[in-house]
Design a protein around this ligand. Sequence first.
Ligand code: SF4
Length: 235
Amino acid sequence: MARLSLKAKKELALNLITALEQAYPDLEKTLNYRDAWELLVGGILGAQTTDEQVNRVTAILFIDYPTVYDFAAASLEQITEAIRTVGLYRNKAKFLYGSAKIIVEKYDGIVPQSREELLGLPGVGPKVASLVRGDYYQIPAIVVDTHCGRISQLLGLANKTDPHSIELELMKVLPQADWIRWGHFMVTHGREYCKARCRNCLACPLADLCQYPQRKTVQKRLITARQQNQENGCF
Ligand code: SF4
C-alpha cells in the first residue's frame, strides 16, 4: 500500500479525531495523580507495567510518601520495598530516589517543565517527559508509548519505528490542540479494539479510515470473516 502524502495524512488525522471523539466521548486519563511529581512517579513506574497496577501501588505509596521531599528524605531501601510489587522495581526505585533528590536540590521541589530538564532526571525518557509536560503542565506534547506508536502506524499517520521519530511525524499531521489527547485516544483504542495480538477490525469504529484494512492481504481475510460473521476475529 502506497504511503500517504503529508496533505492526505493531515486530512486523515482530522477525520480520525472526529471518529475518536464519537467513539470515546468520555475519554479519561488512566493514571491517578494530584501533582506533577505524582504524575512523574506514575510515568516512571509505568514502564512495562499496566496503569492499573501503578495506581494500586501509588494509592499506598503517596500516603506513605506524600511529597517529593518525603521521597528525597527516604532511603533507597525504603522506596525499593514500597514499590516491590511493580516490575523492574529495583531500577525504578533508583530512578525515583535519584529524581526526587535532583528535584529537591536543584529545582526547589518543583518538577521542571522543559523537555531538556525533564530528560535529565533518572528514568525519564521522551514518553514520560511528554506525559508530564502535556497532562500536567498543558504544554502541547504527544506521548508515544507502544499503543500510540503501533496504532498510529496502522492508521497510516506514521511510518517510522522509533518513538521519537513517530512523535515528530505526528506533530506534523495532528493539530497542535489535539497532541495531548492523541496519546490517550490511542491507549483507549488499543484496549478496546486494536490490541497488539488481536485487532478487531470488523468492529472497529475507525475501520473506514484506517489504512491497515486496506492492505490487500488483510482485505481478503476481512471479506472472508464478514461472510462467516466472525465478529471477534483477529487481524
Ligand atoms: S481498523 Fe483494525 S488496525 Fe485499524 S485501528 Fe481499527 S482495529 Fe486497529
